[in-house]
Design a protein around this ligand. Structure first.
Ligand SMILES: Nc1ncnc2c1ncn2[C@@H]1O[C@H](COP(=O)(O)OP(=O)(O)OP(=O)(O)O)[C@@H](O)[C@H]1O
Length: 269
């Protein structure tokens, strides 16, 4: 028998896109999140679930470098293949990353849109931030993205104040996706919407994520949303991860009593 076993070379796309280790954030004495390690692969949707106050938003904001952790680090694999520690980057480098390779979809679209400029400008200005200058092309791209998120292109010159909640959220998604990001953070993207609007939006997000091969970190308290969108799930309680695994496994066979409780509450609806 041949003892020599060749290890196949690891293709760069098989390496994690984002990796966190020992991520901890305190607010004074209070724990936001503690000692969290995770990896996210390209094209993977990771849901972080848990009840209110469990630390989901704190973790998301640390991963997206919107909040400085008390301890731990977050590494990101850049487009050129180099792996960078987010908190050792300059502010300017982080800003470029956020405008190009990343998106951030807020629960409340007002936090992610400019309400006083047109829908077209909301989409187009992100392109301009990465150097696009040709007005006709920018407008064409904006029209294309409005169509993709199911907003009629004759609304391109309306400002988002004239849009419904669901339309605003779809516009926020278009604004995020126009630069072709590889990673999108989503904080309760369907929260606060009517059930029927939510269902349509979830469908759209699922389609876009699959079509574009996006990696997503999704925060939700709603296991039904996690079930529909995510491949993998982490359950948080009191700032720590108490259970993690493939979404289907966790929903079919939750091991922790707390997860069992969360799962049984969605099965009743
Ligand atoms: N700015 C802050 N100052 C002090 N404590 C905070 C702050 N933000 C969050 N916390 C605390 O950190 C813990 C985790 O909060 P976090 O908002 O991350 O939870 P969450 O799971 O996202 O909750 P929700 O679903 O309600 O948004 C909570 O105890 C919260 O009170």
């Amino acid at each position: 028998m041949n003892e020599h076993v060749e290890t196949p070379p690891v293709a760069i796309e098989d390496l994690p896109l984002l990796r966190a280790s020992g991520l901890t954030r305190f607010y004074g004495d209070r724990i936001g999140c503690r000692d969290i390690s995770l990896s996210l692969w390209p094209g993977e949707v990771l849901a972080i679930v848990g009840e209110s106050g469990s630390g989901k938003t704190t973790l998301l904001n640390c991963l997206a470098s919107r909040l400085v952790p008390t301890a731990g680090c977050v590494e990101y694999r850049m487009r050129d293949g180099t792996v960078r520690d987010l908190f050792r980057m300059s502010e300017a480098e982080r800003r470029v990353l956020m405008r190009t390779d990343w998106g951030f979809v807020h629960q409340n679209p007002i936090d992610g849109l400019r309400m006083s400029v047109s829908a077209g400008a909301n989409v187009g200005e992100r392109l301009m931030a990465v150097g696009a200058r040709h007005y006709g092309k920018i407008r064409g791209e904006a029209e294309h993205w409005l169509e993709r998120v199911e907003i009629a292109t004759d609304r391109i010159d309306d400002d988002p104040r004239a849009f419904s909640g669901g339309m605003r959220q779809r516009l926020q998604i278009a604004r995020n996706l126009v630069t072709n990001p590889r990673l999108v953070f989503m904080d309760e993207p369907t929260g606060g919407l009517d059930v029927s609007v939510q269902a349509r939006l979830l469908d759209l997000i699922r389609q876009l994520v699959a079509d574009l091969g996006l990696a997503v970190v999704l925060v939700t308290h709603d296991l039904a949303v996690a079930r529909l969108l995510s491949h993998r799930m982490m359950v948080m309680k009191g700032g720590v991860i108490i259970e993690q695994g493939l979404t289907d496994r966790i929903l079919d066979d939750p091991r922790e009593p707390y997860t069992q409780l969360l799962v049984s509450s969605i099965l009743q609806v």
